[in-house]
Design a protein around this ligand. Structure first.
Ligand code: EAX
Length: 331
């Protein structure tokens, strides 16, 4: 009798341990920018929060600076289920889901506050809802920031100064048309190939927020920084749908809570660093000029055909909803 009693107790204990113990989760998160950029600083925060909220059960390892590949290669790895998270510019998603291209329409957002309101509101959530059909889960929009222009030839004081420059752009038809529309020669490439292209003068110019110029050390190969602020660039915290579907509902809620906290942290980090980066870039020897509102307006007017073309590309309904959301959002 005693043996049966012991056996039933051990079976019960095994059963309970199987029911109670949730699985350990291991995940890879790749970013395209260096340790010092908010994209990777935010990624480490997200991993730290997931670890803390799961009492060490969920381990997300962060691989910075395109160690796991370019933004678009990592999106492919998520879709294939061989990588779990990445945080690209939404512009690099537009080839996969055309509606994401609307965020980068030039001169759309007036402030980060307005961008937050639109991206965190119904319009942004509608965009994120399009990701699962491409085997991706969008957890949150993060910030890259307003994109400015750097080059090795001359200050960009007026629109005509862009004419003839070879400009690296993201691999996104809107950005290619944007700079060709201003008379430059657009050269699309992943950001992890950009420093050497600038150093070898394969390209004269690029455009990115101050934080990217600083984190990628573009000040070593670019003399002029001109504050065109021609587009706001959002990032998106992406998960692999194959990975996500394999999680328990409790772990999905835990990671969503970690994403909310990490989003607020990343946006604050981005804004703080963007302020200090401009002053640092001056100290690091860049010649910085503010492009006047009048000249930015002239660029916007010159770009009307490009903006009209890409409103059609993203879909007129999407474009209309986007501008309606902007009109309603606080500046
Ligand atoms: O993914 O490719 C770019 O210029 C982007 O700003 C950046 O890498 C974010």
């Amino acid at each position: 009798m005693k043996i049966m009693h012991k056996l039933s107790l051990s079976l019960l204990a095994m059963g309970l341990s199987t029911v109670v113990a949730a699985q350990d989760v291991k995940a890879k998160l790749g970013t395209s920018l260096p340790e010092t950029h908010p994209q990777t600083i935010g990624a480490r925060k997200f991993a730290e929060l997931a670890d803390k909220k799961s009492n060490g059960r969920i381990k997300i390892t962060v691989y910075p600076a395109a160690v796991l590949g370019s933004d678009q290669q990592m999106q492919g790895a998520l879709r294939g289920g061989t990588q779990e998270f990445t945080i690209p510019s939404t512009a690099t998603l537009a080839g996969l889901i055309k509606e994401f291209g609307v965020i980068g329409l030039p001169f759309s957002f007036a402030s980060e506050k307005q961008a937050d309101a639109v991206l965190d509101g119904p319009f942004g959530q509608k965009l994120l809802a399009k990701l699962p059909e491409k085997d991706l889960i969008g957890l949150a929009f993060w910030e890259n920031g307003f994109r400015n222009f750097t080059n090795s030839k001359r200050p960009i004081v007026k629109a005509e100064d862009l004419v003839g420059l070879k400009v690296r752009t993201m691999q996104n038809t809107l950005y290619i048309d944007l700079f060709n529309g201003l008379g430059s020669n657009a050269v699309p490439m992943p950001v992890n190939e950009l420093f050497s292209a600038l150093e070898s003068r394969a390209v004269d110019a690029q455009e990115n927020p101050f934080t990217v110029v600083h984190a990628q050390k573009f000040y070593d190969v670019q003399k002029y920084l001109s504050t065109t602020g021609h587009a706001y660039d959002a990032l998106v915290l992406l998960a692999s749908k194959k990975f996500w579907d394999g999680l328990t509902p409790a772990d999905r809620s835990l990671l969503q809570a970690a994403a909310v906290e990490a989003t607020a942290f990343e946006r604050k980090t981005s804004r703080d660093l963007n302020q200090s980066a401009r002053a640092d870039l001056l100290k690091l020897g860049m010649v910085v000029n503010d492009v006047s509102d009048a000249e930015r307006q002239r660029m916007r007017e010159k770009l009307q055909p490009v903006i009209a073309k890409h409103q059609a590309t993203v879909g007129q309904d999407t474009a209309r909803e986007f501008f309606e959301a902007i009109a309603k959002a606080p500046k």
